[in-house]
Design a protein around this ligand. Structure first.
Ligand SMILES: O=c1ccn([C@H]2C[C@H](O)[C@@H](COP(=O)(O)OP(=O)(O)OP(=O)(O)O)O2)c(=O)[nH]1
Ligand SMILES: [Mg+2]
Length: 145
């Protein structure tokens, strides 16, 4: 378990912190800080009312909730969303309505889940060419269905 600083913005007053719904949950559910109706095909960066300072070496991934996806076609188009450790703006959840009906997003309702994850940064080692493998450049179904 890591500790992540979280600060409440003025419009986050009264909202619960992102929280695990069950002891074994992988993601903390995040609630909306605003009310809006998301019409079919529309996207919106929904306010959460919080900002966070993630420790170096970690990120937060933003993922959809499967119930909203299955029942209403509500998802996160950039899933898994990436919250960088050096970001100090408001945590926002980009929501999209893939369904056929307008979907009411309401303040205090759980709209997505966030998963802290370790990040491995890499440095490039540029070379003239790469080693040979059996696969070579085969991909995109090259091994069959
Ligand atoms: O679902 C998201 C995705 C991103 N962000 C914030 C935090 C993240 O650190 C920052 C940048 O996100 P990302 O790198 O995915 O977007 P970009 O289009 O590459 O923007 P930038 O040029 O600011 O990095 O935006 C959110 O609040 N919610
Ligand atoms: Mg970026």
């Amino acid at each position: 378990m890591i500790r992540i600083q979280i600060a409440r913005l003025p419009h986050g007053q009264g909202l619960p912190l992102p929280a695990y719904a069950t002891p074994g949950a992988a993601g903390m559910d995040v609630v909306a800080a605003e009310d809006l109706d998301l019409h079919p095909g529309e996207r919106h960066a929904v306010a959460t009312g919080f900002k966070v300072a993630i420790p170096d070496g970690y990120e937060i991934q933003v993922r959809p909730r499967s119930g909203l996806a299955l029942k209403h076609g509500i998802s996160v188009p950039n899933t898994p969303g990436t919250i960088d450790s050096d970001y100090r703006g408001e945590l926002k959840i980009i929501m999209i309505n893939f369904g056929a009906q307008p979907f009411p997003i309401r303040r205090g309702e759980r709209i997505a889940q966030i998963v802290p994850a370790a990040v491995t940064q890499a440095a490039w080692e540029e070379v003239a060419d790469l080693d040979q493998t059996d696969r070579g450049a085969g991909g995109f179904g090259s091994t069959g269905q």
